[in-house]
Design a binder for this molecule. Structure first.
Ligand code: AMP
Length: 584
């Protein structure tokens, strides 16, 4: 479907959609709109934010609304207050030319009285967060008896945010005749629980090309050492003086750190994370929406519901653990026909993650070089000159000051004057980037270096002289190579000693430790308790393994001969062992 007119939507909606710049339906819209206009069958749609899902359910719901009837006909449930307001705003925009339609948002953290007043006027469409919806239903302010359809938007998020009980309470009170539409990015067990319990023979649709709205995204990656990640953000911001983007971090702590570094370095940035109060979150989001902030440093959870168009950049300070989340993040740029750049800052061991994402989602990353000082200074300089050229001069305000200024600067020639003005603004950059290093990592060299490093450590290990040690614990006592390394670690209280081959037998074991450490370790572990036995270690002089043991007349070595015989016959059960490794 290439055109909205083919969907069968009312002209008033088509007009609004066209004014919003939507040229053709996104894949999820192309699938859901005709279904909803023509069928009352329940629907499950796999779609994430950025796929155009709000219009996918919103346009048909508005089309089907009987405007002369003031009862609530559509209830949209969504996880957060921000998303609730965003959906309401979108639906209001779509219904701009529909007379008599009333869309009301109800959400927690805000006065219920104002919302009740709005509901009392008669709202055909109500957009709600589950907690507040349940509350208003219980108070009989939100009436469901005549509801035609319910939309569960971001169902997986609602469930993972703990709204299951509220959803159960709401859905169980709905009229059986209503149509249920569920939108979810993932199909978790919990989501399936809801679909099974409350949906009736649903048809399933998916927008597998979930980022078709975001086809205009240019995916790039920069490869640097992990310690240089922050420097990359600075340089990206410096080479893009008009950047407007989100920097995604994995944790709240990282978010706070990156944001406060950016703020200290005089960037127009702030943080959005779960430790902020609702009022603080609103304030930060507002400054970002109105472009008073250029860079928002956020966690995925905190940025949910923040719907901002025209973002120029998405920066992944870290690649998220889940590749889908990368796609979700990058889909926040390149919207509404605009192009955008999604940047992944990766360190040397993450190259294969880029390949994985490319393969899984059929996208292509270009490897970019972190810009150097000269490049950044040139870009900044031209941006400054451009600003000077285009700045609006307020003759009235500045006029009275000019004679004194002319007088003060009259000794400077035109050329010198320009140089002074530019330097006044620009010296900060020149200073900072004067000795800027190239922080790019060459992957092929890095692979070579890694190979050499590994070979060197293998060689070093080969050269290490080991002493073979007997220990009176084995698999019977639940000793494993890992536990043995742990015991050795504790005994030596240092992680530097080289450990060689480990053989765990049933009642006792052998291991190699670098020569200088053997005596110290034997002393350290002597008599220590391990799973109820008192440890005893000895140097084992010869190979095969049991030669030294045989020489010992110590009573605790009784039975050794039998064991040796068994060993020789290959009957001794080896468990684990054979590992070589440095203690961690
Ligand atoms: P959503 O997935 O509903 O959050 O929508 C993501 C963004 O895409 C919003 O900014 C919408 O305004 C925009 N959008 C929705 N449908 C279309 C369309 N058909 N063409 C262009 N942009 C769209």
């Amino acid at each position: 479907m290439n055109n909205f007119t083919e969907t069968g939507l009312a002209d008033v909606l088509l007009k609004a959609v066209s004014e919003l710049g939507f040229e053709k339906p996104t894949p999820i819209q192309a699938k859901t709109i005709p279904h909803l206009l023509n069928s009352g069958q329940d629907l499950i749609a796999f779609a994430q934010t950025g796929t155009g899902k709000t219009a996918a359910f919103g346009l048909p719901a508005l089309h089907l609304t009987q405007v002369e009837d003031r009862r609530t006909q559509t209830l949209v449930l969504c996880p957060t207050r921000e998303l609730c307001m965003q959906i309401t705003k979108d639906l209001t925009n779509y219904s701009k030319y529909m007379k008599g339609v009333n869309i009301v948002a109800v959400y927690g953290g805000s006065s219920a009285d104002v919302q009740i007043k709005a509901l009392n006027k008669g709202a055909q469409v109500v957009v709600a967060t589950p907690g507040r919806a349940k509350d208003l239903i219980n108070r009989r302010k939100l009436k469901l008896a005549t509801l035609d359809r319910v939309v569960l938007d971001e169902a997986d998020e609602m469930l993972s945010m703990g709204f299951k009980e509220d959803l159960d309470a709401i859905l169980s009170k709905m009229p059986g005749s209503r149509q249920t539409l569920l939108f979810s990015a993932t199909m978790s067990k919990e989501v399936m629980g809801i679909t099974g319990k409350y949906m009736n023979n649903p048809v399933e649709l998916s927008a597998t090309q979930m980022n078709t709205v975001a086809v205009n995204v240019n995916h790039q990656y920069y490869m640097v050492h992990a310690r240089d990640r922050y420097e990359v953000i600075k340089r990206i911001a410096d080479i893009n003086p008009n950047i407007y983007g989100i920097v995604f971090c994995r944790t709240r702590r990282e978010t706070k750190e990156v944001a406060s570094k950016l703020m200290n370095d005089a960037y127009n940035a702030d943080a959005l994370h779960g430790d902020l109060s609702q009022a603080q979150r609103d304030e930060v989001m507002n400054r970002f929406r109105t472009r008073q902030l250029q860079l928002l440093v956020a966690t995925d959870v905190a940025a949910r519901g923040l719907d901002v168009n025209n973002l120029t950049h998405i920066i992944n300070f870290n690649l998220p653990d889940d590749n889908e989340i990368y796609i979700h993040r990058s889909g926040r740029t390149g919207r509404a026909g605009k192009s955008g750049i999604s940047i992944a800052i990766v360190h040397t061991r993450e190259g294969k993650r880029i390949k994985e994402i490319e393969k899984k989602f059929g996208i292509k990353f270009s490897k970019e070089l972190v810009p150097g000082g000269k490049e950044i200074c040139t870009k900044q300089l031209y941006s400054l000159i451009d600003k000077i050229e285009k700045v609006q001069v307020d003759e009235k305000q500045i006029g009275p000051f000019m004679p004194a200024i002319y007088k003060k600067l009259e000794w400077l020639s035109r050329e010198e004057l320009i140089k002074h003005f530019v330097s006044a603004e620009f010296n900060r950059f020149l200073d900072y980037y004067k000795n800027a290093k190239d922080i790019n990592v060459d992957e092929s060299q890095e692979r070579g270096k890694k190979g050499k490093r590994e070979k060197r450590s293998r060689d070093e290990r080969r050269q290490t002289a080991f002493t073979r040690i007997f220990i009176n614990a084995g698999s019977k006592n639940d000793l494993t190579p890992a536990r043995l390394i742990g015991v050795i670690n504790e005994g030596l209280r240092s992680g530097e000693a080289e450990i060689g081959k480990i053989e765990i037998l049933r009642k006792f074991s052998f291991f190699e430790i670098e020569d200088g450490m053997a005596v110290k370790l034997i002393d350290a572990l002597k008599g220590k308790d391990f799973e109820g036995i008192s440890l005893s270690l000895e140097v084992s002089q010869e190979r095969p393994e049991f030669a030294n043991y045989q020489k010992s007349k110590s009573p605790k070595h009784k039975g050794y001969k039998n064991m040796r015989d068994k060993w020789k016959k290959g009957k001794e059960k080896r468990s684990g062992g054979g590992g070589r490794g440095r203690r961690k």
